[in-house]
Unconditional design. Structure first.
Length: 265
């Protein structure tokens, strides 16, 4: 009888210990398995991603046919190719792929290298790249950046995001895409207006983001790293064809039943 009393008396103590462990674990103070359990992921994201892949299978969006990855001379020396990638990215800001592609073709006919651009006067460069968005500013940025590349990098482009974003007219999205395309290196997710918009519509961000750079940080917190390079290409084309900025084609979207935004749009 005495042992039964001792056993009964010991139960509350063990129970309290178990509770304290559970509470500590939920607060982020548990064992090594805790981080995986605590990691946030959007609802249905894997199925949404697979359906977007299906919708993008034909690869016939403007980004596929005239995107930056199609604008450079693939037969040029690697250093020249990388410079052309960076210039295409600078031209592409707030500009349709068709317009960027045409401007790059005109530049390449002139022999698009660091030296040829430095030898070109501003007026001529402006005439060649017109009508890309904000072409006057881009003339100034291209000339400034090209001079820096010549003086500081021997005519090549930097190989880190940190150095790329220091160049005039080069933002984070361009830097990450330059790393992807020119250096075949995945340093982060390239987030443009399409990726930003769609990530918020699908609730792929824990809370609504206002700017693409906020979206990049939010996506990188949970999206598996092996998807970082693919996600820009997928979502840009999807945004050009289906998930449009205004009047998205929800009726044609395979994600209509699992998209948080479809019911409201």
């Amino acid at each position: 009888a005495g042992s039964q009393i001792q056993g009964t008396a010991g139960i509350p103590r063990r129970s309290r210990r178990r509770k304290s462990v559970a509470i500590a674990y939920e607060a982020g103070q548990g064992d090594g398995a805790e981080p995986r359990r605590a990691r946030w992921e959007p609802r249905d994201w894997r199925e949404q991603l697979e359906r977007i892949r299906e919708m993008r299978r034909s690869r016939d969006a403007p980004v596929d046919e005239m995107g930056v990855q199609k604008c450079y001379d693939s037969s040029a020396p690697p250093q020249v190719m990388r410079y052309q990638v960076l210039l295409a990215l600078m031209l592409s800001s707030q500009t349709k792929d068709q317009v960027t592609s045409a401007a790059m073709l005109r530049l390449r006919r002139r022999g698009l290298t660091v030296d040829t651009v430095l030898q070109m006067d501003d007026e001529t460069l402006g005439q060649i790249i017109y009508p890309v968005g904000f072409w006057r500013n881009k003339v100034k940025y291209i000339k400034q950046t090209t001079a820096i590349l010549k003086q500081k990098y021997g005519g090549d482009i930097p190989s880190t995001v940190e150095e790329l974003v220091q160049l005039p007219g080069v933002g984070p999205k361009m830097a990450h895409l330059a790393m992807h395309i020119a250096w075949d290196s995945v340093a982060g997710i390239a987030v443009d207006t399409h990726v930003h918009r769609i990530s918020n519509r699908l609730k792929w961000v824990k809370k609504e983001t206002k700017h693409p750079e906020e979206t990049r940080v939010a996506l990188e917190e949970w999206l598996p790293r092996d998807l970082w390079k693919e996600i820009n290409w997928l979502l840009v084309g999807f945004g050009q064809q289906t998930c449009l900025p205004v009047n998205p084609r929800c009726s044609q979207c395979l994600n209509q039943d699992i998209c948080p935004a479809a019911k409201r749009l």
